[in-house]
Design a protein around this ligand. Structure first.
Ligand code: DGL
Length: 267
């Protein structure tokens, strides 16, 4: 089984890619929506939460963990790799493909404070964007909109315009989504940047990496189960259920496939 976790519902953008390219593999998704957002929290706290989410997935029998959260990857993936004896896939800020594709030499990136603070980001920037003008913008409020299921409308559009239009005005022709919640706002973003910039979502590349590591696991670890998809949340299961409904899984709650994190962790 593959385990995928995020601070909330955003990592479902990565989960969707994984189940698309690995349709026969059971995947468990765990959302820490009760403690979301992670983006503005101290590193130590994010490490603690990430450890708990990983443990939950390991206890369910997962043999590969996808940290479908840029913020948790930045803060915690190194600690997780040290503590758990199983492979991890983390989020990569897609600076390299953006810098390579940019004709103007200007790239916009939207992410959380925690991601911009991390060494991961600093390294990628140094390695791949030394000749690129990188416009870094924290997406204040975007995670909260996605968590509440508000994916469009005048308020969302105005908020996104505030972030994207200055990037366009400075000549950005590539916009990187550096947080897994943001792809759910992509249709609105596409309307704003139409014809001026390309939006880059690293989720497909991360899913490909998950596929490679899954196929490299010993056969005994690639077990399948009868119920292919299960979801956990530390937040409101109705919200998760509604969100999954929008993604094409309308009966998840009725089928008992959504469970509360605390049923397992006894928090
Ligand atoms: N989905 C997240 C990320 O990729 C987390 C956002 C947050 O919890 O602040 O960064």
């Amino acid at each position: 089984m593959i385990g995928v976790f995020d601070s909330g519902l955003g990592g479902l953008s990565v989960w969707q890619e994984i189940i698309r390219i690995l349709p026969d593999v059971p995947v468990i998704y765990a959302a820490d929506s009760g403690r979301c957002p992670y983006g503005s929290k101290p590193k130590e706290e994010i490490i603690r939460y990430s450890r708990e989410m990983t443990q939950l997935l390991v206890d369910q029998g997962c043999r590969l963990i996808v940290v479908a959260c840029n913020t948790a990857t930045a803060a915690a993936i190194r600690a997780l790799r040290e503590e758990f004896d199983l492979p991890f896939v983390g989020m990569e800020p897609a600076i390299k493909p953006a810098a390579e594709a940019s004709k103007t030499g200007v790239v916009g990136i939207l992410a959380t404070e925690g991601t911009f603070r991390g060494q991961h980001f600093a390294r990628a920037r140094e390695q791949f964007a030394s000749n690129t003008h990188l416009i870094m913008q924290v997406g204040h409020g975007l995670v909260e909109w996605v968590e509440s299921g508000q994916l469009d409308g005048p308020e969302v559009e105005a908020g996104l315009r505030r972030y994207l239009e200055p990037m366009l005005a400075q000549g950005a022709d590539q916009i990187v989504l550096g947080c897994t919640h943001y792809p759910f706002l992509r249709p609105v973003m596409e309307r704003i940047v139409a014809g001026k910039a390309i939006i880059i979502d690293p989720a497909p590349a991360v899913a490909q990496q998950a596929l490679r590591l899954w196929e490299a696991l010993p056969k005994g670890d690639q077990a399948t189960s009868k119920q292919p998809y299960q979801w956990f949340t530390s937040g409101d299961p109705d919200r998760m259920s509604n969100f999954l409904g929008q993604l094409g899984f309308p009966a998840a709650r009725e089928a008992g496939a959504i469970r509360m994190v605390k049923e397992i962790t006894h928090e």
